[in-house]
Design a binder for this molecule. Structure first.
Ligand code: GDP
Length: 516
């Protein structure tokens, strides 16, 4: 909507690195952030009181560094899912006594998936049980070979408790940042990302924005998500009012007319009217989306609605099944279910996968889609969600008919309901002697879960339903693999696996059925 201009190379000037601290729980992420903040306060301006605004700025002998205050890879990846890539460098904290743990591996994978370089901080070296060599060994086995061992991973040794090694760590970070040659054009209207936002009792909505390019000035007009306004005032991480903020600098801004979401883009524009127009058109789009969700017709809302006295209610259905034979059997059974009060009308049926066209048809006709032995692609699901179309899936004709029947009778029995977990695309297949065929996959939506159920889809049609026999990431057996990662999957008693097939993972839960 508001494309960024392209900067000439001469206009780009060095900017400080933005660092996120990651690592396993209890390895000292928070302690390290606090310890770094304290060293910077004593060496920084006198009288400054540190404010937790979501990010802070440290001055070192080698240059400035900005730390994001929310440690961990969950927040990092949540921001990224909203298109906000703000981190230049990850500091991976590994406790010297504990070594590499599950979340250490996750943090490495999340950083790698984002293409962000990793610097290791071996923490808790004050402890008697500290074993930094073992940490280096474990990291090397995950592809992070320390510089001292001939690799290119920079490693610092610290104690967040005693402060030992902190200055050296900051120096290593600054050095690493120099190598990255981080630059931005400070001489234009500011653009940045919301790191944190809240409604403050006294001050109204405030948001911490990390400026990524340009320079922020008081009075600048801006748009941020569905909000627009003028920058009334802004403050640094010492709680001091500032007049200007350039690239990489976090500031807390007042002047919002609502609380924006973390990860939202913040854009300054020369013209306040243009900013308001953009915000308004975004707000209208958002409202339309919400309305579409409210007007969503589900089987239950349809049946619960009051019928028109003189006429029967008509339940419109779109039916998709794997083969023609099942279509006919289901249609026959369904039409018989019709009563004086509720007539059943199959407005479209066909063999094959559910398509976007089916969704549009259902949306336009307030119909419900019944899928038999077929599954939607992630894209189709997204369209159904957007259009507010209810899709129900079955693999036993009897169950499908029973559910519609009992729904019509207003007595839904407790049902075991399927919860969708994710999809993966098969990119390669491997024949493993004695084991069978393993699918080399990329998880494209949600996650794959070891103990979940699994279906193999070929062109949207179910060719196998069963269990995962093995789930591996690189060489390790794992419990789950998230979107954006590769994995190997073996299916129980099934080897007819082809490239371009899709695997869908699901889970069954017991749920009391309701009519609302
Ligand atoms: P986080 O979960 O990664 O944020 O870890 P915390 O910062 O909360 O630290 C977990 C525990 O380890 C706390 O009890 C800290 O006091 C302790 N801790 C953190 N850093 C050190 C350190 O360098 N040395 C020692 N001995 N303990 C530490």
């Amino acid at each position: 909507l508001v494309p960024a201009e392209i900067d000439s190379p001469e206009s780009l000037l060095p900017r400080p690195p933005v660092v996120t601290i990651m690592g396993h729980v209890d390895h000292g992420k928070t302690s390290l952030l606090d310890a770094i903040r304290k060293t910077s306060v004593t060496s920084g301006e006198a009288g400054g009181i540190t404010q937790h605004i979501g990010a802070y700025h440290v001055k070192t002998k080698r240059g400035d560094i900005v730390f994001l205050d929310t440690p961990g890879h969950e927040a990092f990846t949540a921001m990224r899912a909203r298109g906000a890539q703000v981190t230049d460098l990850v500091v991976l904290v590994v406790a010297a006594d504990d070594g590499v743990m599950e979340q250490t591996r996750e943090a490495i994978n999340h950083s790698k998936a984002a293409g962000v370089p990793i610097l290791v901080a071996v923490n808790k070296i004050d402890k008697e049980s500290a074993n930094p060599d073992r940490v280096l060994q474990e990291l090397a086995s995950l592809g992070l070979q320390a510089e001292t061992w001939g690799g290119d991973t920079v490693v610092g040794y610290v104690s967040a408790k005693t402060g030992q090694g902190l200055d050296e760590l900051l120096e290593l970070i600054a050095l690493q940042a120099e190598i990255l040659e981080l630059k931005a054009n400070p001489n234009k209207p500011a653009r940045g990302r919301v790191v944190e936002a809240k409604l403050d009792k006294g001050r109204g909505p405030v948001a911490t924005v990390l400026i990524q390019e340009g320079t922020l000035k008081q009075g600048d007009a801006f748009v941020c998500g569905v909000f627009a306004g003028r920058v009334r005032a802004f403050f640094n991480d010492q709680g001091k009012k500032v007049k200007e903020a350039g690239p990489s600098i976090p500031v807390e801004i007042q002047g919002f007319d609502g609380v924006p979401e973390a990860g939202e883009e913040f854009i300054c524009l020369a013209d306040e009217k243009a900013a308001r127009r953009i915000a308004e058109s975004r707000a209208i789009k958002q409202r339309e989306k919400e309305l579409a969700k409210q007007s969503r017709v589900t089987l239950e809302t349809f049946l619960a609605s009051t019928p028109n006295d003189s006429e029967a209610k008509v339940l419109n259905l779109v039916l998709k099944a794997d083969v023609q034979g099942s279509l006919e059997a289901i249609t026959d059974a369904l039409v018989k279910l019709g009563t004086d009060k509720v007539r059943i009308s199959v407005i479209h049926s066909g063999a094959g996968a559910i398509t976007e066209t089916d969704i549009m048809l259902a949306a336009a006709s307030h119909a419900i889609i019944l899928g038999f032995n077929v599954r939607p692609t992630a894209k189709v699901k997204e369209v159904a969600e957007r259009e507010g179309v209810d899709i129900r899936f079955y693999d036993i004709i009897y169950k499908l008919v029973e559910e519609i029947k009992s729904a019509m009778a207003g007595m839904l029995a407790p049902v075991s309901k399927e919860v969708y977990l994710g999809q993966a695309e098969i990119r390669q297949t491997f024949s493993v002697p004695k084991i069978g065929v393993i699918a080399g996959c990329m998880v494209t939506d949600g996650k794959m879960q070891r103990n979940g159920g699994i279906r193999l889809l070929r062109d949207g049609v179910v060719v196998y339903t069963g269990k995962i026999a093995s789930l591996r990431r690189v060489k390790d057996d794992v419990k789950e693999v998230a979107k954006g990662f590769e994995c190997g999957i073996g299916l129980e008693n099934f080897n007819d696996i082809k490239t371009a097939d899709v695997l869908e993972c699901f889970e069954m839960i017991e749920e009391a059925a309701t009519l609302d």
